[in-house]
Ligand binder design. Structure first.
Ligand code: FAD
Length: 394
């Protein structure tokens, strides 16, 4: 058995947070080893943003993140901002464009972002070992002993960047949470986020609209998102639903405003009160068709038609159009969730460095931590920011 090789820092997980952290630490002169159990680094970067990687968001702010402690992410996000990542992107001459809402994407393939991060790791002489399976960690006298199928390694600092449980077929495992628990850190129960929702029972009929999309406002808890919703064969998806899903909890309703552009009290009643306007099913369906896709308008006209067409019934119908309660029976789970909410409890980490408060030299970064971004480049920004925070501290 060869004796373990020594490094200053061992990073587990070679995607967004891990590559960033390794590059920053390596360029500070640290001898860095990056271990990844996949046969290639950065798989999730390659498929992100539909293959074009939505690598950051210009409007990134702490309010774009969910966490048990909404203040935790502030320090790392302030110290590494979207413009810092953009400077790197420009240094590598990667063409990019801004889509709606400050979302920055590559013009070409997401591979350019991965190559850039690998280039930054090479500048820091980071050693990357792939196919590193069965990783186990012990800690004696201030040194982390890591064993794996590609060898044994020692270092005074260990950075865990193994992400969450989303998309197991890309390599997701619970290693980060297991290590956190092994070293006494608390873990907020991981749950699928940015994930399609399932409809069933009396609401299963809505899935007949599979393929229909409409601009709506989806609300879960206190958070609302006005974007597109898409009906699927199993339930609801599209950006508005994915965003709201991060706030939705099983057993709770999800509210949809089908007419977010209309006055909540008078829009429909007013339209049906126009001179010459009829008050019947056909007129109601026609009205809905003026701002909703035809199939959705017909379905909704049947489901929501006011009984008796009195002013009171129309007003009640109007309220229900603005606050339609769906009762999802679940989510599509970690197989389809873009991210994992929950994770290593931020109460047990230093906000400036991502280091464990109790175990010196142990760091958790990226999606493994209980900080989850909205859709739109925020999750990568958190990976870059938390990776940089730890990379500067190890
Ligand atoms: C389809 C899809 C598209 C996305 N698009 C975007 C986007 O455009 N913009 C955006 O901001 N966010 C996007 N995201 C979210 C973003 O990809 C993640 O939030 C981000 O990659 C998290 O980075 P991370 O480094 O913390 O973890 P991960 O990217 O999950 O990387 C963790 C790494 O650790 C490795 N690992 C796990 N377990 C082990 C183990 N036991 N041993 C060894 N290695 C292990 C994994 O193989 C993986 O390589 C997308 C996510 C998905 C699924």
């Amino acid at each position: 058995m060869p004796s373990p090789r020594q490094f200053d820092v061992i990073v587990l997980g070679a995607v967004a947070a891990g590559l960033m952290c390794a590059a920053v630490a390596g360029q500070r002169g640290r001898r860095v080893l990056l271990l990844e159990h996949n046969g290639q680094p950065g798989r999730k970067i390659l498929i992100s943003g539909g293959g074009r990687c939505n690598f950051t968001n210009l409007h990134c702010a702490p309010a774009n993140f969910l966490s048990e402690n909404p203040h935790f992410a502030k320090s790392a996000l302030a110290n590494y901002q979207p413009r810092h990542f953009l400077e790197l992107v420009e240094k590598y001459g990667i063409p990019w464009h801004e889509k709606a809402l400050g979302q920055l994407f590559c013009n070409g393939s997401a591979r350019a972002i991965l190559d850039m991060l690998l280039g930054e790791c090479a500048l820091g002489s980071v050693e990357i070992l792939l196919n590193a399976r069965r990783i186990a960690v012990e800690h004696h006298s201030g040194v982390f002993h890591v064993t794996s199928t590609v060898g044994g390694f020692l270092a005074p600092a260990l950075v865990v960047a193994t992400g969450g449980l989303s998309i197991p077929k890309l390599g997701a495992t619970g290693l980060g949470y297991d290590l956190a628990r092994q070293f006494g850190l608390r873990v907020i129960e991981p749950r699928p986020a940015l994930v399609p929702l399932l409809l069933g029972g009396s609401e299963a009929g809505w899935t007949e609209l599979a393929g229909v999309a409409a601009e709506i406002e989806a609300r879960a808890g206190a958070s609302a998102f006005r974007e597109k919703m898409l009906f699927t064969h199993r339930g609801l998806s599209g950006p508005a639903i994915l965003q709201a899903s991060s706030y939705w909890r099983p057993g709770e309703p999800l509210f949809v405003d089908f007419a977010p552009h209309l006055d909540a009290d008078s829009g429909i009643l007013e339209a049906l009160n126009q001179p010459g306007a009829r008050r019947d099913d056909a007129a109601f369906r026609q009205l809905l068709r003026s701002f909703l896709p035809q199939r959705l308008a017909s379905h909704l006209a049947q489901a929501a038609a006011p009984e008796g067409w009195s002013n009171a019934a129309i007003t009640a119908c109007e309220h229900s159009l603005h606050r339609w309660a769906f009762h999802p029976i679940g989510t599509e789970g970690f197989e389809k969730a873009e991210v994992t909410a929950g994770g290593v409890d931020t109460r047990d980490l230093e906000a400036k460095t991502m280091e464990s408060r109790a175990v010196s030299g142990l760091f958790f970064i990226g999606e493994a931590v209980d900080v989850t971004g909205h859709l739109g480049g925020f999750n990568f920004q958190w990976a870059w920011a938390s990776g940089t925070a730890a990379g500067k501290a190890v």
